[in-house]
Design a protein around this ligand. Structure first.
Ligand code: MRU
Length: 349
């Protein structure tokens, strides 16, 4: 029997429910967060992950935190709320959507200087809910635009997980795949396993299988060989932060896929909402790259696989220079080169 699909993050009554992605696909367990600190921990430990989903989690954390602030003085509320905003923003550094969501929520406080604490709490909750629901609508639009660049019967390569699990639902790169598959059930997917956290092996293959979309799992180091054999028609991946010139940070290993795609004349697309674009960065050199615990590299599923004491590094993201990117699929269309101009225009819409 097909199990019901569970979104990665949603309100469960007064609590924020987070599907624990660290233990998927073996177990489908939901963490119930009643405090913003619990949501921050879920973001840091990657129980919830993927740039848009982290943005939604940050927004819901702020709604939870605002509700629990019991002081009657709006100035005192604003001071405490801004400290919480900073804490949420710092939970993970690379994805632009977290800071975007925090700033969008905080602007409610700035724009309503005469509001009471109760009114601010309500406005913050409304804004957080809007971020959650808009994300699903935005992903569907990304899917719709993206499906137009997918050739008939395409064999599509994707990397990491830019699916329903990485957003409020539906997905960005996987949204493109879902939408393409609805039009043409002959498309098929190669999902890279994505060491060290295995988002591709554990999450992308899981959600594509659940959607009934044909998927083949490959090791990350099989990409070049498959491309050279003519077995890949296009690649589409998500993004964590896109600079003003189109340089794109995504999961470590994405750059390698993009270079291989160029070598083999295979179109390489980024799929992301406009909230992933950081227009304050002229290019990708300023994108902060999260360095995670080396134990994620030396251990696999909690078991040591490398010699005790070996030095390991664990950069979680890399930056793909814009020259390797064929197009950036957003909710307002597919942006083409020169990306600087196309991005400016997309942000004005
Ligand atoms: O470390 P993660 O799992 O949060 O990294 C996720 C990615 O790199 C995704 O590809 C990206 O966030 C896009 S998700 C729609």
């Amino acid at each position: 029997m097909t199990q019901k699909w569970m979104p990665p993050i949603y309100w469960e009554g007064e609590a924020v429910a987070i599907l624990d992605q660290r233990i998927l696909p073996q177990r489908e367990k939901v963490i119930c967060c009643t405090t913003p600190e619990q949501v921050i921990k879920a973001i840091k430990t990657m129980a919830v992950r993927g740039a848009p989903a982290i943005g939604v989690a940050g927004a819901l954390a702020l709604a939870l935190g605002a509700r629990s602030m019991r002081m009657g003085d709006a100035r005192e509320f604003t001071r405490k709320f801004s400290l919480l905003c900073n804490k949420v923003k710092e939970a993970r550094p690379t994805g632009a959507n977290l800071a975007w969501a925090v700033e969008r929520i905080y602007s409610v406080v700035v724009e309503n200087p005469r509001a009471s604490v109760k009114e601010l709490q309500n406005l913050i909750k409304v804004q957080a809910d809007a971020i959650l629901t808009e994300d699903v609508a935005v992903c569907r639009e990304i899917g719709r635009w993206g499906s137009e660049v997918v050739p008939k019967g395409a064999r599509i390569l994707t990397y990491c997980n830019a699916g329903a699990l990485a957003t409020a639902d539906y997905g960005t790169a996987v949204g493109v795949i879902r939408s393409a598959y609805e039009k043409d059930p002959t498309v098929q997917v190669y999902s890279c396993e994505t060491r060290p956290f295995l988002q591709g092996a554990r999450l992308t293959s899981f959600e594509l299988m659940r959607a009934g979309i044909p998927v083949t799992l490959i090791c990350d180091n099989a990409v070049g060989s498959l491309m050279s054999q003519g077995k890949i028609d296009m690649a589409v991946v998500g993004a964590d932060r896109i600079a003003a010139n189109g340089d794109t940070a995504n999961k470590i290993g994405t750059y390698m896929v993009a270079v291989l795609a160029r070598t083999h004349d295979i179109p390489f697309y980024i799929a992301a909402p406009r909230s992933t674009i950081d227009p304050t960065l002229p290019d990708g050199s300023g994108i902060p790259i999260e360095q995670r615990d080396p134990a994620e590299v030396t251990h696999l599923c909690g078991r040591r696989i490398a010699p005790d004491g070996v030095i390991a590094i664990n950069p979680a993201f890399d930056v793909t220079p814009n020259k390797y990117i064929t197009g950036i699929i957003t909710e307002v269309g597919v942006l083409r080169k020169p990306f600087g101009k196309a991005i400016r225009k997309a942000l004005e819409e």
